[in-house]
Every structure is written in structure tokens, then in C-alpha cells.
Design a protein around this ligand. Structure first.
Ligand SMILES: CC(C)(COP(=O)(O)OP(=O)(O)OC[C@H]1O[C@@H](n2cnc3c(N)ncnc32)[C@H](O)[C@@H]1OP(=O)(O)O)[C@@H](O)C(=O)NCCC(=O)NCCS
Length: 141
């Protein structure tokens, strides 16, 4: 498939509660942010609020961030399977543009009402909001 370039959408401000004992950004906070970002991306792409994390490949913490840094997170879809969506993630420092983290493979699985993997029927990225689940779209109106 034709994968899109990574679009950096979400920005975060590194606050005291996000630091480790070394005084730099705690990996656990970063992973929570990435997992949430990937969940939102998968929901929008698959048009289903019930998409769950299945797999994350090795995570490369390239550099760190410190208190007060602004960071930005980006994702792109790299493969649409039958029930799964595979993404690549990158986080970078807005001030220095340095890469903080990369995850080559994050796999989300599209679930049916019964909680089992269900075909999503898509094979390419949407750049629009045309797949937003009706239930979610209605709740916002
Ligand atoms: C998600 C879940 C329902 C999938 O069940 P499963 O029995 O592995 O389902 P399947 O074997 O049918 O695989 C489903 C899809 O995941 C893919 N997949 C399964 N294991 C994978 C792995 N280790 N790496 C990459 N992809 C994987 C399969 O290739 C398949 O994709 P496709 O349909 O696009 O080809 C089940 O594993 C589960 O409930 N996991 C917990 C999910 C969760 O709670 N996540 C939150 C974090 S704890």
C-alpha cells in the first residue's frame, strides 16, 4: 500500500509528573500517550470505536526530553490487514526537532460486537473524517 508521511498531530508538555528518577521524561508516560494516539488513529481509520492494541514492536528511545519541553507525536498506517491495522509511530522534540522515540510496528485489531476480530473492509488511509463511527459522531452533535 501507499503509506502516508507521518503527520505530527498531538503535542504534549513535559510536566513534573511525567519525569523519571533521572529527571527526564518517563518512558511509561510516553508509551501511554503513544498507545492513546494509536487508538484514536485506528478508530478514525477503521471506523470502529472497538479497536484494541494487539502488538508493539521494539521501542527505540532515541533521546530524552526534560521538564518544560514540548513534544509532538505522529503516526502513519503502514499496512491494512483483514482485521488489523499496522502503524508506525514517531515522537520528536518540538524545540530541537530531535527524535525521541520510534516504534516501527503498532498493530491494532478491529473487534466486532462480540469482542472477536472482525474484518474492517479498508485497504488505504483516509485523510478525512468519513469513517468516524456513527455512534461517536452522533454523541458529539
Ligand atoms: C485482539 C484479540 C481479540 C486478537 O485475537 P487473536 O486470536 O490474536 O486474533 P487473530 O489470530 O484472528 O488475529 C487478529 C489479527 O491480529 C493479527 N495478529 C495477531 N497476532 C499478532 C502479532 N503477534 N503481531 C502482529 N499481528 C498479529 C493477525 O495477523 C490478524 O490480523 P489480520 O486479520 O489483519 O490478518 C486478542 O488477542 C485480545 O483480546 N488481546 C487483548 C487486547 C487488549 O486487551 N489490548 C489492550 C492492551 S492490554
Amino acid at each position: 500500500m501507499n503509506t502516508g508521511d507521518i503527520t505530527f498531530r498531538t503535542r504534549k508538555w513535559v510536566r513534573p509528573e511525567d519525569l523519571n528518577a533521572n529527571g527526564t521524561l518517563f518512558g511509561g508516560s510516553l508509551l501511554r500517550w503513544i498507545d492513546e494516539e494509536a487508538a484514536i488513529y485506528a478508530i478514525v481509520q477503521l471506523g470502529n470505536g472497538k479497536a484494541v492494541t494487539k502488538y508493539m514492536s521494539e521501542i527505540n528511545f532515541v533521546s530524552s526530553a526534560v521538564l518544560g519541553d514540548l513534544i509532538e507525536m505522529g503516526l502513519t498506517a503502514t499496512a491494512f490487514g483483514r482485521t488489523s491495522l499496522t502503524m508506525r509511530a514517531e515522537v520528536r522534540n518540538i524545540f530541537t526537532r530531535e527524535s525521541i522515540l520510534t516504534v516501527e510496528k503498532i498493530v491494532f485489531v478491529n473487534l466486532g460486537e462480540d469482542g472477536k476480530p472482525a474484518p474492517h473492509g479498508y485497504d488505504s488511509i483516509t485523510y478525512d473524517r468519513d469513517r468516524i463511527p456513527v455512534k461517536i459522531a452522533n454523541a458529539q452533535n
